[in-house]
Design a binder for this molecule. Structure first.
Ligand SMILES: CC(C)(COP(=O)(O)OP(=O)(O)OC[C@H]1O[C@@H](n2cnc3c(N)ncnc32)[C@H](O)[C@@H]1OP(=O)(O)O)[C@@H](O)C(=O)NCCC(=O)NCCS
Length: 169
């Protein structure tokens, strides 16, 4: 684990929540949360190898949110030129609806501002109502659609919606 990122505005983070920024050294924690949050066949599940490959890419980082040293959720992001992509985000089921994901997204927006990014964007499965509600609440707008982007284990595919948060406004 490398550094704290708790120099963010007070309205972003519940006071008992810690958010740490990490790289490949946090891969096992991120992977455990990822596996618990994305069921097999969901079209969004990564292998440990894939995750490590992404975390080793230049410009990639993970934010891990924890309470009492217990990891609760993560956000994985890649910075390139003046854009940042939120690659994956998840919060452990028992801890949901307590503002953890909102805090992670808020931290990422804060990091983007500090790094003078112009845009933060992501893809979300069209039928993922919880995530879409979170991103709407966090200020993202829908900017596009990718048909059949998520390949499901049963051979079907689900559309992705592309959403973006403009940091120039
Ligand atoms: C989507 C997810 C990350 C949300 O995490 P969370 O910590 O529960 O979200 P928060 O508590 O920060 O919620 C913030 C806002 O998002 C919206 N929201 C979150 N979960 C919701 C749900 N199940 N239904 C409707 N709105 C929801 C609400 O507007 C909520 O604000 P409110 O609680 O004041 O109403 C979590 O449900 C999850 O990990 N799901 C499985 C993995 C996943 O789908 N990741 C996203 C892939 S793009």
């Amino acid at each position: 684990m490398t550094m704290r990122t708790d120099d963010v505005p007070d309205d972003v983070k519940p006071s008992d929540l810690m958010v740490l920024k990490t790289g490949i050294e946090g891969a096992d924690i991120v992977f455990a949360l990822h596996q618990a949050c994305f069921p097999p066949g969901s079209g969004e599940r990564w292998s440990h190898t894939d995750l490590c490959e992404v975390l080793r890419m230049p410009g990639t980082l993970a934010l891990i949110a924890s309470r009492d040293d217990q990891p609760l959720g993560y956000g994985l992001a890649r910075f390139a030129a003046d854009e940042c992509e939120l690659l994956s985000l998840a919060v452990a089921d028992p801890q949901r609806r307590s503002g953890v994901a909102h805090a992670l997204v808020g931290h990422l927006i804060h990091l983007c501002r500090n790094r003078s990014m112009a845009r933060l964007f992501l893809e979300v499965r069209e039928d993922n109502e919880a995530a879409r509600a979170l991103y709407n609440k966090s200020g993202f707008k829908m900017v596009g659609r990718r048909p059949r982007y998520y390949k499901m284990a049963n051979g079907t595919a689900k559309d992705a919606v592309t959403m973006a948060y403009s940091l120039n406004d």
